[in-house]
Design a protein around this ligand. Structure first.
Ligand SMILES: C[S@@+](CC[C@H](N)C(=O)[O-])C[C@H]1O[C@@H](n2cnc3c(N)ncnc32)[C@H](O)[C@@H]1O
Length: 456
């Protein structure tokens, strides 16, 4: 790209995605004005989509950090809608674009593909954007990105797309067909059909295609002070509340994979008397969390240390409450983190599980007698959830005297105490004694799993 509208985006976003690193390729700080024929929002959206496609950068770092500082609020909003929408619908957009190409068997240059996707998203999903703006700016983006030979093709494909009738819905759709229609890799939808049934898999895919909505599980707003902090998603908050309510009057708490700190803050607010240690292996994420905690009267008291949870110093002793909110695939958060579906591979699940088993096994050894540990993920995949819990429990129960207890009574108590709304269907929040939220399937929020261990 010859021009850049982004400033250095190294500040972290408000969180929600499972984990991350600072963007690997900082944007050049630009003093240039964007090309006259490309509006700032589309230029910024194009650049962010390019970075997400070609590096390990995360869209939320680029959108919610300082990278968009040069844009007006209206342009920031449009950039966010364009980026997240294009990422959500990318698979479905590619399926509509491909048959319109003269040589569909050839791989398009990445910037040309991005310009096409961005144009197609606006034409098919953004009612308020005039077709000519979507079309002509995608053409200009391809040209400005150094692909003038592709300008005619981008123009022709988007014109055909604008004129095409929307595809009719089939009477019976295969899993692969609904996965493609709803912008999901079919391997992921197939897994959800196997694990949760077709109706639930379809509901999850539909939920993932929307902006995350504010849920109604809780009777009050969460209690973050200052007003400048992001509201916790209902799934994330439920895990935090479950952990906080699992031990009353806890004195020593360890949040072992803590950043960006949403649940840490909740624990600090629910247990203001406790010595709360929050660790994270990423110095970048830990620093951002420490700043966030400083803005809250209870958060200020949290000790933050950069540490690998599987090798925490023995000097830290034992804890009567541990939250082990491990790094995971994040498949329960695709509405919020749409690009995960494009990077994740089936083989990643085994790698995640290995890391999760190492963290959980080590954290269980730090549990004081009578203490409880909450293991949680924002993954919908059994390999990272029930299977990790089972393997670690089998290996540790003799050595450590731990047992697994049902999360159900704690969730029921949260409702009796008025934390959960009276109308909330508590029975639907647990499955086989584990907490299990399924986005879109009777629950408005991210998909979370949690298991409760107790040391005898
Ligand atoms: C799912 S996120 C935690 C979200 C956080 N609990 C919240 O509610 O805001 C997982 C975190 O684990 C951290 N992490 C990954 N491996 C770790 C390890 N071995 N020890 C400690 N933290 C780790 C990642 O850097 C990431 O910040």
């Amino acid at each position: 790209m010859r021009v850049s509208i982004l400033t250095d985006p190294r500040r972290p976003g408000p969180g929600g995605r499972p984990e991350g690193r600072p963007p690997q390729r900082p944007a050049a700080k630009s003093t240039q004005k964007p090309l006259a024929s490309i509006t700032p929002a589309r230029l910024a959206a194009f650049e962010i989509l390019e970075r997400v496609a070609t590096s390990s950068a995360h869209s939320d770092d680029l959108l919610y950090g300082s990278g968009l500082a040069l844009l007006s609020q209206a342009d920031k909003n449009l950039t966010t809608a364009l980026v997240l929408g294009t990422l959500r619908w990318q698979i479905a957009l590619d399926a509509r674009i491909k048959p319109l190409l003269q040589r569909p068997e050839l791989t398009l240059a990445q910037p040309v593909q991005t310009a096409l996707r961005l144009g197609a998203f606006q034409l098919l999903h953004m009612d308020r954007i005039p077709a000519h703006a979507a079309l002509s700016e995608s053409v200009e983006l391809a040209r400005a990105a150094g692909h003038p030979y592709a300008v005619g093709m981008v123009n022709a494909v988007l014109r055909k797309l604008a004129a095409a009738k929307p595809p009719g819905q089939r009477l019976h759709e295969s899993t692969a067909a609904f996965a493609e229609r709803l912008g999901h890799p079919s391997w992921l939808a197939e897994r959800w059909v196997t694990n949760y049934g077709r109706a639930t898999a379809l509901a999850i895919c539909e939920y993932d295609q929307q902006e995350p909505r504010a849920g109604d599980l809780f009777s009050q707003e969460d209690t973050e002070e200052g007003g400048s902090q992001p509201r916790l998603d209902d799934g994330s908050r439920l895990v935090g509340e479950l952990a906080a309510a699992s031990v009353s009057g806890a004195q020593r708490i360890w949040d072992c994979c803590a950043a960006p700190g949403g649940k840490t803050l909740l624990l600090a607010q629910r247990h203001p008397q406790a010595d709360l240690l929050a660790t994270d292996v990423s110095s970048y994420r830990l620093r951002a969390m420490a700043q966030r905690l400083q803005r809250d009267v209870h958060g200020k008291k949290v000790r933050t240390i950069e540490a690998d949870a599987s090798t925490l110093s023995e000097d830290e002793g034992l804890f009567d409450l541990i939250l082990c909110d491990v790094p995971c695939s994040g498949t329960g958060t695709l509405a919020r983190n749409p690009e995960i579906r494009h990077h994740l591979r089936p083989s990643d699940l085994a790698r995640q599980a290995e890391r999760q088993r190492a963290i959980l096994s080590a954290a269980l050894l730090r549990l004081a007698p009578g203490g409880r540990l909450i293991y949680s993920t924002c993954s919908l995949e059994p390999e990272e959830n029930e299977q990790v819990v089972k393997v670690v429990f089998e290996g540790a129960k003799e050595k450590t005297g731990i047992s697994l207890v049902s999360a159900e009574p704690v969730v029921a108590r949260l409702q009796e105490q008025g934390v959960l709304a009276a109308e909330a269907n508590v029975a639907k929040l647990t499955r086989d004694g584990f907490l299990r939220t399924l986005p879109g399937a009777g629950f408005e929020g991210d998909g979370f799993f949690a298991a409760v261990f107790v040391r005898g």
